[in-house]
Design a protein around this ligand. Structure first.
Ligand code: ADP
Ligand code: MG
Ligand code: ZN
Length: 269
């Protein structure tokens, strides 16, 4: 085989010529129609039809594509929220229906709002933590869910109470479990962008339970994954519950927000 010869002969460049003629479009009236002929002959012209009709058609197709893309995006958010563990009854918790009356409440709402708004650019890369501590009914879950649902427009998130988290890890200890402990701890500790752990300390933790919580929290600390902890324990109580080692790490990176006003439920009654 002669290596100097090209494998394929160079394609002959067609001599494309543009033609124009008068036409009347049913929609746009008298117009000039364009056409092309690949080899220049006036007898072989491919006419394009009304230019405006073609543009309109393309615009409609682009618009339809945009709508489909927007629908897909909404579906992605919707399926993310479904997988997030947020109970259906809590989906309406947002910033606009959180009422802040006292200065302390406004500060709590402000911290929460700032966390949600700057999540992508600062809290996600920094692996920030938030701790909401205070009595039941003071709106800790409400604000945490408002943050989570805002963040989940762009990122993955999960809402769990401490007991469910522990149960999920424990379930992997069964012989017929379909996930390993390592897989679950990795998902909770590393994969999910924002993890909210509610009801920490509601039940007295056994050593096993503390170890599981420690494992997940320590991983999130190490991997710089943002985490929100909700508890009705005070500082020393939380330290005793989770152990001093992890508390020091949490304190190092957390904004601690006290919720120390009256229960919203009781006030409403
Ligand atoms: N400041 C608030 N504005 C509007 N609703 C609130 C407020 N605080 C609490 N709630 C509502 O009161 C109920 C209890 O609040 P929740 O967030 O569950 O409290 P916590 O988690 O602190 O126990 C929820 O229905 C919540 O939406
Ligand atoms: Mg709560
Ligand atoms: Zn037309």
């Amino acid at each position: 085989m002669n290596m100097n010869e090209p494998l394929e002969p160079p394609a002959k460049k067609p001599m494309m010529t543009v033609f124009e003629r008068d036409m009347v479009c049913e929609t746009h009236g008298a117009r000039i129609e364009r056409g092309i002929s690949l080899f220049g002959g006036a007898d072989r012209v491919i006419w394009h039809g009304c230019g405006q009709c073609n543009t309109d058609h393309r615009d409609r197709e682009e618009e339809a594509e945009r709508v489909t893309e927007e629908q897909r995006k909404q579906e992605r958010i919707e399926s993310r929220i479904k997988a997030s563990g947020i109970p259906a009854a809590f989906r309406d918790r947002c910033f606009t229906n959180y009422l802040a009356e006292s200065a302390d409440q406004r500060r709590a709402a402000g911290v929460a709002h700032e966390f949600a708004k700057t999540f992508s650019r600062s809290h996600l890369p920094e692996g920030s933590m938030l701790v909401f501590g205070g009595n039941p009914g003071t709106g800790k879950s409400h604000l945490a869910l408002a943050i989570l649902q805002h963040v989940m427009k762009r990122h993955t998130g999960m809402y769990l109470d401490a007991m469910s988290l522990i149960r999920r890890v424990r379930a992997t200890w069964r012989r017929d479990a379909d996930e390993t402990e390592e897989e679950v701890v990795r998902t909770l500790g590393e994969t999910i962008d924002l993890l909210v752990i509610d009801e920490i300390g509601v039940q007295r933790g056994t050593e096993d339970e503390q170890t599981i919580l420690f494992d997940v929290l320590n991983r999130r600390y190490r991997e710089k994954r943002p985490t929100i902890l909700l508890t009705n324990l005070d500082g020393p109580g939380l330290k005793e519950f989770l152990g001093p080692r992890i508390m020091d790490r949490i304190f190092e990176r957390a904004d601690i927000v006290p919720f120390k006003w009256e229960s919203y439920r009781r006030k409403k009654r």
